[in-house]
Design a protein around this ligand. Structure first.
Ligand SMILES: [Zn+2]
Length: 288
């Protein structure tokens, strides 16, 4: 009888204690934020001032900085208010509009010899032929290979003179493609591994204007897109909740389903339930 009681306790303890494994690999899509972080030359770069550092004065270690920089620096998001007067500011974007299925459109080959390349409707159709219709709430991001050039300013902006804005050459999204996406699909974010989702030669920024009008947010200078699949990931872009903020650096990451972990989850999940059922059955018998 005592052995039975011990077994009941083991069943409950093991069954309730073992949580299913987290079934995703996490991939960091974020660049380090620091003095080397890139920003549009007309904006303000990253500056850090130490406000507290040391242990003598307080009797324990304390460290804190004041940061000053444009909201649009390094890996960052654009709130719709960046290009739409009545668009959502950072603090107004609902949390369920900041996470969604990753759709990565790879145009590395096309952009390699043409830095002015813009993603066409055809590129989207080709993606859909391979991976199916762009899912609702997608985080639609261009992988142009520009990640490899970061943080070399001249190389990223495709120029010899970073203060001459008209000399910029980097790939982006074509406005016709974005108009088609807005009419025919439903996305939450438009993104790029380049410094802007409007291409470098743009002076009118139509992609920013079209997307922000629909309260679609943006992602720029995205890193590590080669490490996530074209389809099947979940991307979290939960930016800072700054009041009246037009954007901001964020810790951007993707969750990529891990097939090994998925199997373990099923096995562990099933065995948890089995152990609890065995425990309950034994408990009922013991009470008879
Ligand atoms: Zn921006």
């Amino acid at each position: 009888m005592d052995i039975c009681k011990i077994f009941v306790v083991i069943c409950f303890a093991t069954g309730l204690h073992c949580n299913p494994l987290f079934p995703y690999d996490l991939v960091d899509l974020t660049r380090n934020l620091g003095p080397d972080s890139l920003y549009y030359p007309t904006l303000a770069g990253y500056e850090k001032v130490i406000e507290l550092k040391g242990s003598k004065k307080y009797g324990h270690w304390v460290y804190s900085n004041v940061l000053q920089m444009t909201e649009h620096v390094g890996t960052h998001m654009d709130a719709p208010s960046h290009f739409n007067k009545v668009g959502w500011n950072m603090h107004q974007i609902p949390i369920n509009k900041m996470v969604g299925p990753g759709v990565i459109v790879n145009v590395k080959e096309k952009a390699r010899n043409n830095p002015d390349y813009r993603i066409s409707i055809n590129d989207i159709k080709e993606w859909e032929e391979k991976y199916g219709k762009i899912p609702d709430g997608a985080m639609l991001i261009m992988n142009s290979g520009w990640d490899a050039k970061y943080p070399d300013k001249n190389s990223v902006y495709g120029t010899k003179n970073i203060s001459d804005l008209s000399s910029f050459h980097h790939p982006g999204w074509h406005e016709d493609t974005i108009s088609w996406i807005i009419s025919n699909r439903h996305i939450l974010f438009i993104g790029t591994d380049a410094p802007s989702f409007d291409y470098g030669q743009s002076t009118t920024f139509p992609v920013h204007i079209l997307t922000s009008r629909e309260n679609i947010s943006g992602l720029e200078n995205v890193a590590n897109l080669d490490r996530i699949p074209p389809s099947g990931s979940i991307i979290s872009a939960a930016g800072m909740k700054t009041v009246e903020g037009s954007g901001g650096p964020l810790r951007l990451y993707a969750m990529v389903p891990n097939s090994g972990a998925n199997n373990s989850t099923v096995i562990i999940g099933t065995s948890n339930v089995l152990l609890i059922v065995i425990g309950l059955t034994l408990l009922t018998k013991l009470q008879d």
